[in-house]
Design a protein around this ligand. Structure first.
Ligand code: ZN
Length: 139
């Protein structure tokens, strides 16, 4: 069993954004020659989030609308006194900061419509996606 770690960087371009990051993670899996194991994908951030869902354009927009309706200007959040982004922290709590996925025969074991989505709620910023793999890799 091996442990292989990685960090990917993404620059978001808007304050609110849902980005499909599946292909860059798949490229990393290929580059690292991973074969079978578990991959933890996580963001070391408190105002961005990760989830697995369908990356259809309308739904990506709905995800942002949904989170904004629940958190953005919904209340006079106390954290806004400090840096005006309580909605982003609360969205991250709802969405989560990590996903764990099986890698089987060198590929992410995702369902037909499942994609890994990075949710930016306080951009634009440079975001990190960290990867922690436990399992078998070639050579
Ligand atoms: Zn904050």
């Amino acid at each position: 069993m091996r442990i292989i770690r990685g960090v990917l960087e993404i620059a978001t371009s808007d304050r609110f954004q849902a980005l499909n990051v599946t292909s860059i993670i798949e490229s990393w899996i290929k580059k690292q020659k991973l074969s079978n194991g578990l991959l933890l994908v996580y963001v070391p951030h408190t105002t961005a989030a990760l989830t697995v869902n369908e990356a259809e354009k309308g739904l990506m927009s709905d995800i942002i609308t949904f989170l904004k309706e629940l958190t953005y200007e919904a209340k006079s959040w106390r954290h806004n006194i400090i840096d005006d982004n309580a909605h982003a922290h609360l969205s991250s709590i709802l969405t989560g900061y990590s996903v764990v996925l099986p890698v089987i025969d060198g590929r992410l074991d995702l369902g037909t419509w499942q994609q890994i989505i990075l949710v930016e709620m306080d951009g634009p910023r440079r975001r990190k996606i960290k990867l922690f793999f436990m399992g078998e890799a070639q050579d």
